[in-house]
Write a protein that binds this ligand. Structure first.
Ligand SMILES: [Zn+2]
Length: 413
């Protein structure tokens, strides 16, 4: 039955699971008739044997290459049961597969997933820093009464590690559950995908965004080249993607290049600090118990004014610098830019002057979201905050509110 296909929602590339080479839908169109027929046959022959030969470049579900009935042009098509969360899903799901997906812990393991974990196992075996006999692919483990099946486990350079294959469709609850499981087990987890499609024009798929942040803004992927290099050098090599100035960049890294953190997943490339992190670093560097050095304060406020379309004079007039120092104190858990003894004293002092009361709403919000919400219950603070409601507050669309939300997203974002 001819069905109209949206070009944005069709399988744009498939991976040959035997050779791990990729054929895009454009390349498929350009193939000589003999070559196309070979692919078409190979897909169908594998299917008849209950196997998969080609997998979707996004979700890893098996695909085949029929001709479009109307135009007679070949295209990649998911076999039935592809996960609807595949960005190239075209609407052929079956309820049976949806039920199976639930059984599998919410993860549907397509043939690409299966292939990649065995490649990971093979490459780990080649690396001399892997403890002999430690590589386990797909074996159940029990820990804390939970039964899990990690994709790949090994001991590497004396460390227990695990790999989980992350294709485009793994969902956040699964990601979080896996990360917590390995953290409890004291095992370093690495999420790895196949042939990550870095795209500067479109936002990253949520599934990748989640593991990207877990890995300190790195994303690890295997591809033809990294597999070849691993086999040539006998050192586990993968491609690390990260962003510089908002654009993707990548290079090959080995497991030896990773920084294994106490908390959080390992990473290879230290991400660039954001402008906020740089700005706060400079400000803190120039701040002592006597206050923030005049020159840095003026320069800092000037930068904020430029970024948020106002003037440094105005920011100074409304005492934004005092509020910033109070927020930094809240973040650090001790007074910054003050000789006073504790957060209670500096909060009280901040509210003691009428000239700063337009910050009282923001202050209450920030304190309530900080590690010290009980500061608001202290009678002298509560009394001053109640009196401050008579003063006009900074509005929601106000530049100053936007500045504060940007510098202190955990309190005011
Ligand atoms: Zn797919």
């Amino acid at each position: 039955m001819a069905r109209k296909r949206d070009p944005q929602r069709s399988v744009l590339a498939a991976i040959d699971l035997r050779t791990l080479t990729t054929t895009t839908s454009d390349a498929l169109l350009r193939l000589h008739g003999d070559e196309y027929n070979e692919i078409r046959r190979a897909a169908i022959t594998a299917r008849r044997a209950g196997e998969a030969r080609f997998a979707c470049g996004r979700c890893g579900h098996s695909v085949y290459a029929p001709r479009e009935p109307r135009t007679r042009l070949p295209y990649w098509q998911h076999y039935r049961g592809a996960p609807p969360s595949c960005p190239w899903w075209t609407g052929n799901s079956s309820t049976v597969d949806a039920v199976n997906a639930v059984k599998f812990d919410g993860v549907q393991e397509g043939p690409l997933h299966e292939r990649v974990k065995h490649v990971v196992g093979e490459l780990l075996e080649l690396d001399e820093l892997t403890t002999a006999g430690s590589v386990l692919v797909d074996k159940y483990v029990n820990a804390d009464g939970e039964r899990r099946r990690p994709d790949v486990r090994a001991a590497y350079a004396g460390r227990p590690i695990a790999f989980e294959v992350q294709l485009a469709t793994t969902q956040l609850p699964v990601i979080v559950a896996r990360e917590q499981f390995y953290a409890r087990e004291g095992r370093h987890l690495i999420w790895i995908t196949w042939d990550f499609a870095a795209d500067d024009e479109r936002p990253m798929l949520t599934a990748f965004e989640d593991v990207y942040y877990s890995h300190n803004k790195n994303l690890f992927s295997l591809d033809d080249e990294s597999v070849r290099v691993s086999r040539e050098t006998n050192i586990f090599t993968m491609r690390c993607f990260w962003k510089t100035a908002g654009l993707w960049t990548s290079k090959l890294v080995t497991l030896r290049d990773l920084h294994w953190r106490e908390e959080g997943l390992p990473f290879a490339i230290q991400p660039e600090p954001t402008w906020q992190e740089r700005w706060i670093g400079e400000w803190l560097g120039a701040t002592k118990p006597t206050g923030t050095a005049w020159e840095t304060r003026r320069r800092g406020l000037g930068q904020l004014a430029e970024r948020f379309d106002c003037t440094a004079d105005w920011l100074e007039e409304i005492y934004l610098d005092d509020f910033i120092n109070l927020m930094m104190s809240l973040r650090e858990g001790r007074p910054i830019a003050s000789r006073q003894n504790n957060l209670f004293e500096i909060t009280n002092t901040f509210l003691a002057s009428d000239r700063r009361l337009h910050f009282s709403d923001l202050l209450s919000l920030a304190v309530s979201r900080s590690k010290f919400p009980t500061l608001l219950d202290r009678p002298s603070v509560a009394k001053k905050l109640a009196a401050a409601s008579a003063y006009p507050q900074l509005g929601a669309g106000d530049n100053v509110r936007r500045i504060c939300a940007s510098l202190f997203p955990e309190f005011l974002g």
